[in-house]
Design a protein around this ligand. Structure first.
Ligand code: GLY
Length: 371
């Protein structure tokens, strides 16, 4: 069964469809949006091997001609060279202003493909077909598109909402367990930031979900997308509430920078560790009970996820070094550290002026527990 979450953004409104078999039905889902039966697909080499033939066949079945560009898989693709290659390829393919580009892949392809669609011919429409759990619950929804600069992640980009998102639950079967669990870090984040009952449900259903239960996976993706859509509709361009989606991200971005954006720490793993640290910081500031961080960590451990700094292999900077990396985050405003903190599970808020020494103390203690 396919479920739909509508994202009501006026003339930029769109549907997110969630369920099994959507890739094979993509042609029928997209056909009503097209001005002419012609599309371009941006993907990566790994996803192309696994899923492109099914997508192409579903488009062909509706009489839609398509061509595809498969970029190298991995975060290194999300920079100027592959971005300009993608845009030039779309122009060479004579994709016109009224056409639609498909981004088929995880967060890298979705962000780069969305940004290419945002700028080519001053903006063409695009459809997201996210193939990772992280992309299904986070990056494919909400219109943040972009690429990395050598100076930092996601520093170049545009808000450009997709015209449709097709989240096929079946494609999650092809993910490596580590990648699935990294995406699960973002799912847990939604419970922690705004829905305690959802977090409780994840505590019960998380293991079944990781083992492949499709009903549980569909429900988890749906609830995550619903929560993201509600927040994006309130604050599309992150002037306020949208920052709640960054729970765990201030710590996460520092840890990702410290580990060189390598596979020592995947983004979703950093989010999970970052959420645990954000709860610890909140407890230390007297905002939530001491039991809350323990409960968060217990669930991450139960799921076999990275939970503490001790779980990150290799060297890390000291607490001062990590704090300096946080200060470079683009979420810093006027040099003040902005954290998403919590008053309990499901009760996040944006704190604009967290004392640096308190954050440093949390990091110092977390680093002390490393082997
Ligand atoms: N991933 C955070 C956001 O979309 O705002």
């Amino acid at each position: 069964m396919t479920e739909t979450v509508h994202v009501p953004l006026g003339d930029r409104a769109y549907d997110v469809r969630i369920g099994g078999g959507l890739l094979a039905r993509a042609g029928a889902e997209i056909a009503p949006l097209l001005a002419r039966p012609r599309m371009a697909i941006l993907t990566d080499e790994t996803v192309a091997g696994l899923h492109l033939p099914v997508l192409e066949a579903s488009l062909a079945a509706e009489g839609i001609a398509s061509s595809a560009l498969a970029l190298p898989a991995g975060e290194a693709t999300k920079g100027w060279p592959e971005f300009s290659r993608a845009v030039e390829w779309l122009l060479a393919e004579q994709i016109e202003r009224r056409d639609i580009v498909i981004a088929l892949g995880g967060g890298v392809v979705g962000d780069l493909g969305g940004f290419a669609a945002a700028v080519m011919r001053r903006g063409v429409r695009f459809v997201q077909i996210p193939t990772s759990l992280l992309a299904q619950v986070d990056s494919s929804v909400g219109g943040k598109t972009g690429i990395n600069s050598p100076r930092g992640k996601n520093l170049i980009g545009a808000f450009h909402q997709p015209s449709l998102v097709l989240a096929d639950i079946d494609v999650l079967d092809t993910l490596a367990p580590r990648d699935f669990l990294a995406g699960y870090g973002e799912v847990v984040k939604y419970g922690l930031l705004g829905d305690a009952a959802f977090f409780e449900w994840l505590e019960e259903q998380g293991p079944a979900l990781a083992a492949g239960d499709k009903v549980a996976r569909t429900r988890a993706v749906r609830r995550s997308v619903e929560m993201k859509a509600e927040i994006v509709v309130r604050d599309e361009t992150e002037q306020g509430d949208r920052a709640l989606l960054n729970l765990g991200h201030t710590f996460c971005h520092a840890l990702e920078a410290a580990t060189g954006y390598s596979d020592r720490l995947l983004h979703g793993e950093g989010v999970a560790v970052g959420c645990a640290l954000a709860f610890e910081l909140s407890a230390r500031m007297g905002l939530c009970s001491q039991e809350d961080p323990s409960r968060v960590r217990a669930h991450l451990r139960q799921m076999g996820m990275k939970t503490d700094l001790a779980d990150i292999p290799g060297d890390l900077p000291d607490a001062e070094g990590l704090l300096a990396l946080m200060a470079q985050d683009k979420k810093v405003i006027d040099g003040r550290l902005r954290f998403v903190l919590v008053k309990g599970i499901g009760k996040a808020f944006v704190a604009k002026d967290v004392p640096g020494e308190t954050a440093q103390g949390v990091l110092q203690d977390a680093l002390r527990n490393r082997p």
